[in-house]
Structure formats: structure tokens, C-alpha cells
Design a protein around this ligand. Structure first.
Ligand code: NAP
Ligand code: G4F
Length: 328
């Protein structure tokens, strides 16, 4: 067995960080994860990867660091000297970014520059993956590809735009292996209930079990291109193994409205979504992104990546998991 590759993952406790860790461990990587200190434990998505909950596994080591602490980030890079850095940490909620635009700018934007600049100043050979997003496209008409116009419509997307161009700039100016994965929405049973898919499946699961609650939602007409998260982390890794750094879209190419997602989820429990969904104006965003639908041909051609799970299978996976959790 050869020398283990070392990966540093910011956002290891998030949905994607947990699946990426599992994927890299199977590939025999040594995984280092950046965890922000919190008063409540925030490692539930990765506890199964640790030898003893919240301690280290021989191939997974956690390091406390808030992304706003740039000197700690620098120290972590000196300490770990990773072969690959996956920058997944972010204030990742679009709606919340309207309430916290400055913090979102610091964590989702500026911290990327701190990481890239540290890699450059320390003269590390680390490859760098930036978690870019389809939100960059705003209301640019679908299908969006790598050449589509970027028109961000939220503080979150604007912070991500900064990170996207910083990543490109460090690649072009200094020759860093720095790649943007422009990922369309990807979901799973590990998705936070703050995002609409999991909010819908977890509520439907409780209703299936007899709860008499309502489901409070905002814009039902928005179209999203929903894929399955474990498949997308493999695409991230493939970008880092490519012969040169580049930017790639990962998507399914199929658009579904929030309303259709509700309809299909509730039909699986034999109910009509209209009997449960209540429109809550608090969930509406000051500026909405109406239609995201990605063209993933470049990733398919260059990386051999394509999605396998369609939105109907995704709904089944998520609903089944939410129902199973209630049975425990
Ligand atoms: P997520 O579940 O919200 O995870 C975000 C991660 O960032 C969590 O580990 C979180 O820590 C961490 N984090 C937040 N603020 C931090 C801070 N101040 N310091 C250190 N860590 C901090 O997001 P995800 O769905 O896995 O997405 C991963 C990345 O891809 C994000 O950058 C997201 O914006 C981007 N992205 C996601 C999608 C998608 O559909 N999922 C699509 C395109 C792009 P806690 O666990 O402590 O909260
Ligand atoms: O689930 P969402 O909050 O995801 P959104 O805004 O598309 O962002 C997610 O995907 C992005 C990739 O495109 C990521 F970059 C980002 O980090 C995040 O992972 O909302 C999806 C749609 C929106 O149009 C929203 O307005 O659902 C609509 N929606 C309707 N009712 C709702 C709700 N969204 C949420 N979160 N909660 C609702 O009650």
C-alpha cells in the first residue's frame, strides 16, 4: 500500500463534508477536518467515522477552527500540509444570508481568500477545491453551463461569486491547482431541515405517523435541479484528480418545482399536499432565483461523471430515512 494522501476538509460536519470523508477514507486518505467550536456537539454526521464519538480515528483528525480565524487556518495548513484541500465550509443558507450579509461575506467569501493566499504564501503544493454553486447564475435562463452569465441575487451568492473568482485568480495568477465545482442542489437524508427538500420529507414523515401539523413554505414555483449528495462528492474528488485545474458543473439536468416535490412526497404517504401546505410569507426571499437547471456535459466528457439518482428516487430515499428514524 502506497503513501496515504492527506485531505483537509473545511465544513467536515456538514452534509457534503460527511459524505466526502466517507468517500476519501475508502480511498485510503488521511482526513483532517476543520470543526467550528460550538456549545452543542456538531459532529453528529461524522460520529460514525470516529473511533470513539468526537475523538479521532486513526485516519480522521478534527481541528477546532472558525473560518473567520485566518491565523488559525494558516497554522492548520502548516501543521497538516494537505495534498488536497476541500473548502466546503460556508454559511450556506440563502435565506439566512439576507439576515446576516456581513457574516456570510466573511465565512462564505473572505475565508476562501485567506485559505488560497495561505497556500500560495506557504508555497504548498496543495490542490484546492472551492464549493461553488448554481446560485451564481441567479435568473440567467436555463439550462446553465460553465459559460453562462453569473448574476447573483443574494448575499450568499455574492459571497460565493467572490470565492469563485478568487479561486480562478489564484489559478491564473500563481498557477495553483484551484478548481471550482459549480454544484446544483444536492440533497440526502443528512440535509439540514432548514432546506426545503428535507423540510418537506421530514414533515411528511411525521404526518404519515399521525402528526396533525401543517407544512409552512414560501415560494412553491421555484424550480431546482435536485441530485443525490453522495454522487456529487465523488465529482468533487474527480475534479481534483483531473490533469489540470478547471471549473465544472455537477447537476442532473432535470428541473422540478417545489410544488411538484411536495406533491410527489405526499403522494408517497397517500396524502394530498394541498391539505397540509400553508404559505408563510416569512419564507419568501427579497430576491428569488426562479429556475436552476444545469448542463453537466463538461464534467461527463472530461471527468466521466454523471448522476445516477433521479429526483423521484431521491424523494423515496429521504422519506424512507425520515420514516425509519421515527420508528426508532
Ligand atoms: P452544510 O451542510 O450547511 O455545511 C456547512 C459546513 O460549514 C458545516 O460543517 C458548518 O459547520 C460549516 N461552517 C459554517 N460556518 C462556519 C464557520 N464560521 N467556521 C467553520 N465552519 C463553518 O452545507 P453542504 O450542503 O454540506 O454544502 C457544502 C458546501 O457546498 C457549502 O459551501 C455550500 O455553500 C456549497 N454548496 C452546497 C450545495 C448543496 O446543494 N448542498 C450546492 C452548491 C454549493 P456546523 O456543522 O457547525 O454548522
Ligand atoms: O432548499 P433551499 O433553501 O435551497 P437553495 O436556496 O436553492 O440553496 C441551496 O442550493 C444552492 C445550490 O443552488 C446552494 F448553493 C445553497 O448552499 C443551498 O444548499 O430553497 C430551494 C427553493 C428556493 O427557491 C426557496 O425559496 O425552495 C424555496 N422554498 C420555499 N419554501 C423554501 C421554503 N426554502 C426553504 N429553505 N424553506 C422553505 O420553507
Amino acid at each position: 500500500m502506497g503513501v496515504k494522501k492527506r485531505a483537509l476538509i473545511t465544513g467536515i460536519t456538514g452534509q457534503d463534508g460527511s459524505y466526502l470523508s466517507e468517500f476519501l477514507l475508502k480511498k485510503n486518505y488521511e482526513v483532517h477536518g476543520v470543526v467550528r467550536p460550538s456549545s452543542t456537539l456538531n459532529t453528529s454526521r461524522i460520529d460514525h467515522l470516529l473511533k470513539y464519538p468526537r475523538k479521532s480515528h486513526e485516519n480522521v483528525q478534527l481541528h477546532f477552527c472558525d473560518l473567520s480565524d485566518h491565523s488559525r487556518l494558516l497554522a492548520l495548513l502548516i501543521e497538516t500540509r494537505p495534498d488536497e484541500i476541500y473548502n466546503l465550509a460556508a454559511q450556506s443558507h440563502v435565506g439566512i444570508s439576507f439576515d446576516q450579509p456581513i457574516l456570510t461575506g466573511e465565512i462564505t467569501g473572505i475565508a476562501t481568500a485567506a485559505l488560497l493566499d495561505s497556500v500560495f504564501r506557504l508555497k504548498l503544493d496543495s490542490k484546492f477545491y472551492q464549493a461553488s454553486t448554481s446560485e451564481l447564475f441567479g435568473n440567467t435562463p436555463p439550462p446553465q453551463n460553465e459559460d453562462s452569465i453569473l448574476e447573483p441575487r443574494s448575499p450568499y451568492a455574492i459571497a460565493k461569486l467572490y470565492s469563485y473568482f478568487m479561486t480562478r485568480n489564484y489559478r491564473e495568477a500563481y498557477g495553483l491547482f484551484a478548481a471550482n465545482g459549480i454544484l446544483f442542489n444536492h440533497e440526502s437524508p443528512r440535509r439540514s431541515e432548514r432546506f426545503v427538500t428535507r423540510k418537506i420529507t421530514s414533515t411528511a414523515a411525521r404526518i404519515a405517523k399521525g402528526s396533525i401539523e401543517k407544512l409552512y413554505l414560501g415560494n412553491l414555483s421555484a424550480i431546482r435541479d435536485w441530485g443525490y449528495a453522495p454522487e456529487y462528492v465523488e465529482g468533487m474528488w474527480k475534479m481534483m484528480q483531473h490533469d489540470r485545474p478547471d471549473d465544472f458543473i455537477l447537476a442532473t439536468g432535470v428541473g422540478t418545482t417545489v410544488r411538484e416535490f411536495c406533491e410527489r412526497t405526499f403522494s408517497l404517504i397517500g396524502k394530498n399536499y394541498e391539505d397540509f401546505v400553508v404559505i408563510d410569507e416569512n419564507q419568501l426571499r427579497p430576491t428569488e432565483v426562479e429556475n436552476l437547471l444545469g448542463n453537466f456535459r463538461k464534467a461527463e466528457k472530461s471527468l466521466g461523471w454523471k448522476p445516477d439518482t433521479d429526483v423521484n428516487s431521491l424523494i423515496e430515499i429521504m422519506l424512507k430515512s425520515d420514516i425509519a428514524a421515527l420508528n426508532h
